[in-house]
Design a protein around this ligand. Structure first.
Ligand code: HEC
Length: 434
């Protein structure tokens, strides 16, 4: 081979290699398919120097955040609990752009990586830090497929032990789609979360009886604790909200519908799908404070609503009178006491022999009774025939039980009403029969 041939041969090799690897910048390293790690623009932290950002190569607009767009980090809770996992969404918006990219990392105040980033679709991928200083850090960034839209969602799982303040650092590129590193706008941003305050206990009971050891699915429960909500609020919409005044309730990680929240009490619907056995209730206040407790779930856990909302005394019930001629009338069975401080029974008049008087009780935790015959109502020790025991029409979690008052009760005065469903007794309530 002559010198000249070698030269030509080498030239040919270079040209063909250029063809394969690309010297045009268009295919070099395929940056659009996910940039090099450790380019989030995270500042100097602890012993770590600051990270570069995308302007290292995308230099047309060398100042970050100089464009008219916006780069945000969404989905972060106010406080994180150990092992808590949530979906983080990075949004990059700028009018008239055709491709987008990002890279994010989660660091503690000393610059160490915290928690785990997980990609949930093919639009993002995770990678470890650039060899050397940032090797231990973890990153998540766009893939080639993920450049089509300026929005990416992925998971971050908190570490098993609280790690102080965690800051998410992100850099984004609102690109012109030229397939080169020119003509693009680079943005950076960060957002921090603190560990949630240590969890405080919450005690859950039937919102009707305020007692009992078991709670039924699809029944109304009351959780008691401290710091459960940042304000007092009642639901005003149906379906019920799962967030009220910033408070959420989870039963075995399933979101519960909320009726009412306050600092010390939260009324919620036990999710209908909750399996029998021990269940965990987690109440998270808008402040980030977390309260947890356990409760026992069983198909049936009857409770009766009472007029004084304390599970005792006169029930929050009505009477239905059916006369011989078939006419019907609803009548009250409670009244205010003389001092006007609480509700007491209003004597029930059973009327003439031909009247039938039904006690219509409202409760919760009854609907999943095995059979109508498995529901009993005893009034003053006498069995009252149960004609209906099931969901009250048009209400959430509320059950209704209709029982015919035996005429033998006439003249008995105050009598106890004891309801059982599948062998479980509800709170004892009191009516008065004249
Ligand atoms: C080491 C240099 C370098 C760094 C750092 C870099 N890029 Fe790039 N980037 C390129 C080059 C070269 C191209 C064009 C080639 C290609 O598309 O792969 C490119 C292309 C892109 C494109 C497609 C642009 C278009 O208009 O089609 C996106 C999106 C992108 N990069 C995002 C990012 C993001 C986000 C960062 C920062 C987290 C970043 N890049 C950091 C070199 C870099």
């Amino acid at each position: 081979m002559s010198k000249r041939t070698i030269k030509l041969w080498t030239l040919g090799l270079i040209v063909s290699l250029a063809g394969i690897y690309g010297l045009s910048g268009r295919s070099v390293g395929a940056f659009s398919a996910g940039p090099l790690p450790s380019r989030t623009g995270a500042p100097a932290l602890g012993t770590f120097p600051a990270e570069a950002n995308c302007t290292q190569c995308h230099r047309t607009n060398p100042e970050v955040n100089s464009g008219p767009g916006r780069l945000t980090i969404g989905g972060l809770p106010q406080g994180y609990s150990p092992n808590q996992e949530f979906t983080v969404t990075v949004m990059l918006t700028q009018e008239g752009r055709s491709r987008y990219g990002f890279q994010l990392t989660a660091l503690d105040d000393s610059g160490n990586p915290v928690g785990t980033l997980t990609s949930t679709d093919t639009r993002t991928r995770t990678l470890s830090g650039a060899a050397g200083t940032f090797a231990a850090r973890l990153y998540i960034e766009h893939t080639l497929e993920g450049t089509n839209q300026g929005s990416w969602s992925f998971l971050w799982r908190a570490p098993a032990a609280a790690a102080g303040r965690v800051t998410f650092y992100v850099a984004g590129n609102a690109a012109d789609g030229s397939g080169t590193n020119t003509g693009d706008f680079i943005y950076t941003n960060s957002a921090s979360i603190q560990p949630a305050a240590a969890s405080t206990p919450v005690t859950t009971v039937s919102a009707a009886s305020f007692s009992g050891t078991v709670i039924a699915p699809d029944s109304i429960a009351a959780g008691y604790g401290v710091g459960l909500a940042t304000g007092t609020e009642s639901a005003t919409t149906v379906p019920l909200p799962t967030t009220l005044a910033g408070t959420t309730v989870r039963v075995n990680e399933r979101a519960a519908s909320l009726f009412f929240v306050s600092g010390t009490q939260v009324n919620f619907l036990v999710p209908a799908e909750t399996a029998p056995g021990a269940a965990t209730v987690t109440i998270t206040s808008g402040s980030g404070a977390v309260s947890t407790g356990t409760l026992q779930i069983a198909a049936v856990g009857p409770g009766l609503f009472t007029a004084n909302t304390n599970g005792q005394g006169v029930p929050a019930a009505v009477l239905l009178r059916v006369r011989a001629d078939g006419s019907t009338a609803f009548e009250p069975l409670l009244q205010r006491n003389a001092a006007n401080t609480e509700f007491v029974p209003l004597p029930i008049d059973l009327g003439p022999e031909t009247d039938q008087v039904f006690l219509i009780l409202f409760g919760t935790g009854i609907r999943f009774r095995s059979a109508l015959a498995a529901v009993t109502v005893s009034v003053g020790g006498t069995n009252a025939e149960v004609g209906f025991a099931g969901p009250a029409d048009g209400f959430i979690g509320l059950d209704q039980v209709n029982a015919r008052l035996p005429r033998s009760l006439a003249g008995r005065g105050n009598v106890d009403v004891v309801l059982t469903a599948d062998g479980r007794a509800a709170n004892t309530v009191t009516v008065n029969v004249r």
